[in-house]
Unconditional design. Sequence first.
Length: 143
Amino acid sequence: MLYLPDSNILIYAKMAGMPEHARALSWLTATLNDNNSTVLVCETLILSFLRICTNARAFDPPLPFADAVKFTSDLLERDNVQIYRPNAAHFVEVSRFMRKHRTGGNLVMDVHLAVTAMNTGAILVTRDKDFLKIPYLKTLDPL
């Protein structure tokens, strides 16, 4: 299976103080150890994780930047983790999707992930219920 995690899954998996931590970490660990699974990540996922986990307004205490970088570096070094790098056509498609569905603002990153998942055939792994509104998008809430 090909999985595209939303940043919330990585945040839950890393931040031990969150109630979702144990279940998210369990899913991520099992998936990374499954030879039949591939985890697809995009640069925006990694950057969102770094931005949120190290933000003192989001977490008290925030994750030290060195720990956040180590977590993402360890993830990216896994054999079954692939980085998705969009081309210009991807951003045109994201724009068309937003225009067609009259979305924008806080949903821009969600649309980017949804279009990425649909174009790659990945299952979008998330706790965000907004994704359930997108037809033809395969989602998984691992918790």
